[in-house]
Design a protein around this ligand. Sequence first.
Ligand code: PLP
Length: 432
Amino acid sequence: MTTLANPPAADGEEVADLCRRHLSKGRATLGELFGGHLETDSRGAWVTSATGRRFLNCGGYGVLLMGARHPAVVRRVEAQLHRHPVATRLFLEPQGAHAAEALVRTAPAGLERVHFACSGAEAVEAAIKIARTRGKDQLIAAHEGYHGKTMGALSLTGKEVFQKPFRPLLPGVHHTPYGDVEALEELLKTMPGRACLILEPVQGEAGVVLPPPGYLRAAQELCRAYDALFVLDEIQTGLGRLGSWWGADVEGLEPDVLLSGKGLGGGVLPVSAVLATPRAFAAFDMDPYLHTSTFSGTPLAMAAVQGALAAIEEDDLVTRARDLGAGLLPELNRIARAHFGTLVREVRGQGLLIGVEFTEPGPAGDLLIELVHQGVVANHSLNSHLVLRFTPPAILTPAETQHLCQAFDSACRVQAARYNPTREGGTAHAQR
Ligand code: PLP
């Protein structure tokens, strides 16, 4: 048994067994599927197993833009931990105030108010409540969009497989094809003054789906025309991931509400945020008890936010994400096509959010597992089985970038042998 005097054993089988008995049988099986490695340490771009195996972490669901344990984050969190980790929530507290100010400084114009939460889904819930305070009882999201799995957020997440077991969900939710301006207008027309539109600047979990140029700006204009609240979910795309501070910056968007999360806690603590215009935030402004949660904006988390923003700024991670992505994307494209030929539908991305889409389910999952054998962690895409997703940190050195490309090349070579790539067309299938 594990006691304080007898710390947890670094034994994969024992942990899998504990996981099976106390956490989730499915989670244990998943861990075994990926090699049964016991992750115990992380630093920079690397995660290390109990046996000392190192993996380049290009996954982490987009959390680790600054890598693991960035000194600027750890230093601040450590200092705050030893000073004042949790607030009274009655007195004024400086860390939250400074974190909000620092975050607003990076954000599109007009977003002056901040509500901090812990998870991305919680930020989405808060946005839904803000919409209700503005009289917007109709929610519009995009097909295949991902906004989290709490009940409100799940109502927006456009994926049947996640929604079905939990119905009934929120009423008044509509889904529109991502990228289709006409379809959006048709919908908005039917509910003037009552809608709240929530979109991702690039759909991450849908498999890195980029909107046609001008779509987001047109969506914003339609929201203005039909008096709808415009919410940008930048939980995955924000903070430099796309090679710009925010996805909003690419088309100069000024949403009413913008959501942040993932890397906001510097890869160290769970933090998310809702940024809003004073008009959208008016009800939350008036009554600080209208929407609360015990651990929202703890000084410890707020120290992490300040560290994360400092790391992004001081290390110029936005530019590095843009430049690294510009080099990586064509290379991953070349490698994937060299091995899988016509089984590759498209390799696309923006900054360091890169997706490799196949024409059939199979290669994405097989490559995800094979990449682990080759020393790289990547992501699957929650809303698409066809897309293997890379979200590397923006701190990769040239040698680490080379490791990623070599591992991808080896993984593709091994897995492509199991398929029957048809470079000249025809039917492709796995050799199982
Ligand atoms: N919104 C977007 C765009 C996301 O990508 C995610 C998570 O992947 C979420 C919301 C939900 O965040 P969380 O998993 O922290 O609840």
